[in-house]
Design a protein around this ligand. Sequence first.
Ligand SMILES: [Zn+2]
Length: 103
Amino acid sequence: MTTFPKSFSAISEKVLCDVPPPFPHPAACENCAGRGFLTGFVVAHGPYLHTPPLGKGEVLKSVDDPQYVFIWYTGKSIAGDCPTCAGTGKAPKMAEQKVYSDV
Ligand SMILES: [Zn+2]
């Protein structure tokens, strides 16, 4: 299990982050879009234009590229609980907003 940093975007550049879907609901955690977990890919080698040979324990990942259509990396997939919501997928409790000020 990987411990992700507090901010999803703070993960180092050697990790290709799987971007969560758009923020779906005000009650969902913004960091993981309500999924409760984050995923990514730790790069061992690449990018390559063609599928490279794999090292021990490595898998392939293709990434869309505007110039070459696809580029390839070797490495390993990672996943872990979202540190912002501790895996619940829920946003921190929002304070109830008063419609009118107290009289
Ligand atoms: Zn979360």
